[in-house]
Design a protein around this ligand. Structure first.
Ligand code: AMP
Length: 283
């Protein structure tokens, strides 16, 4: 496994691989890898001749009072997991090189970035779209894998890729959870044991809504109350949003169907957690 830290070296490598006709699979991450990332890497291993993992804590997708400075990092541990998943190249550029002197370009996706996390984190998806576009240009993947865990991010990247005619197949992958239901996230490392227990209300709310929907309840307001009851029972948990949305447009819906996304975000102490489910898909 090769570790590349400069953009120039990565581009040179990409060019050489492309000229040999290699199919590049790419998994962009912010590191501190867990089993969710590993599932993307294992699928990437199947889909490409060469598997590239990027580890880059992207400063421009963090708001001013967010957790950029304390975001967990562990390159050694990440390389160990990457090796186990068959990664060929780990690309870890530094922020100064990615956003050098005079940087002033931004990729902005429209409507899809406005609700949900976009409403609570202004500018976040501009930062995501910009960095993913840059990484696509540097790595030139044939296929890139993203998790449904960040469902709105995946929708934004799919939109950007189509709108800008980027020659990349974007693949969404299922959410990987801990045995007790908590969606895996690098940010789970921030949680105290008590906070982690409270955080289970997200997956509990999802399961309860799925059960209610399966029993015939389709009214989104009713389903929302069912979920809120579980979340509000946890005093440490502060709700950011809990919404029923169309899976494609992310517009709010009154009636839940198989194509409805239930998406939620909460704060527990200083940690922001998100989770979601698509009612017509498996948990
Ligand atoms: P991050 O390092 O948090 O930026 O995530 C990198 C990629 O891993 C994104 O495409 C995420 O959606 C995906 N990911 C993060 N957590 C999970 C999870 N629990 N299950 C599946 N994919 C995940």
């Amino acid at each position: 496994m090769e570790i590349i830290t400069t953009i120039h070296e990565m581009q040179k490598t990409t060019l050489s691989l492309k000229s040999q006709g290699k199919r590049i699979a790419f998994v962009p991450t912010m590191g501190y890898l867990h089993a969710g990332h590993a599932s993307l890497l294992r699928e990437g291993r199947q889909q490409g001749d060469i598997l590239v993992l990027s580890i880059f804590v992207n400063p421009i997708q963090f708001g001013q009072n967010e957790d950029l400075d304390r975001y967990p990092r562990n390159l050694e541990g990440d390389c160990h997991i990457a090796g186990e998943c068959g990664v060929d190249i780990v690309f870890t550029p530094d922020a100064a090189a990615m956003y050098g002197n005079g940087f002033q370009t931004k990729v902005q996706v429209g409507q899809l970035t406005l609700p949900l996390c976009g409403a609570s984190r202004p500018g976040h998806f501009d930062g995501v779209a910009t960095v993913v576009n840059k990484l696509f240009n540097i790595v030139q993947p044939d296929v890139a894998l993203f998790g449904n865990k960040d469902y709105q991010q995946l929708a934004v990247i799919k939109r950007m890729t189509a709108d800008l005619n980027l020659p990349v197949k974007v693949v969404g992958m299922p959410i990987i959870r801990e045995a007790d239901g908590l969606a895996m996230s690098s940010r789970n490392a921030y949680l105290s044991p008590a906070e982690r227990l409270s955080g289970l209300c997200l997956s509990k709310a999802i399961l309860k809504v799925r059960e209610s929907y399966a029993s015939g309840i389709c009214d989104a307001a009713l389903l929302k109350n069912i979920a809120l009851n579980l979340i509000e029972a946890e005093p440490e948990v502060v709700l950011d949003y809990l919404d029923f949305r169309d899976v494609t447009t992310l517009e709010a819906v009154d009636k839940a169907t198989a194509n409805t996304l239930l998406a939620m975000a909460v704060k527990i102490g200083t940690t922001r957690l998100i989770d979601n489910t698509i009612l017509g898909e498996e948990f």
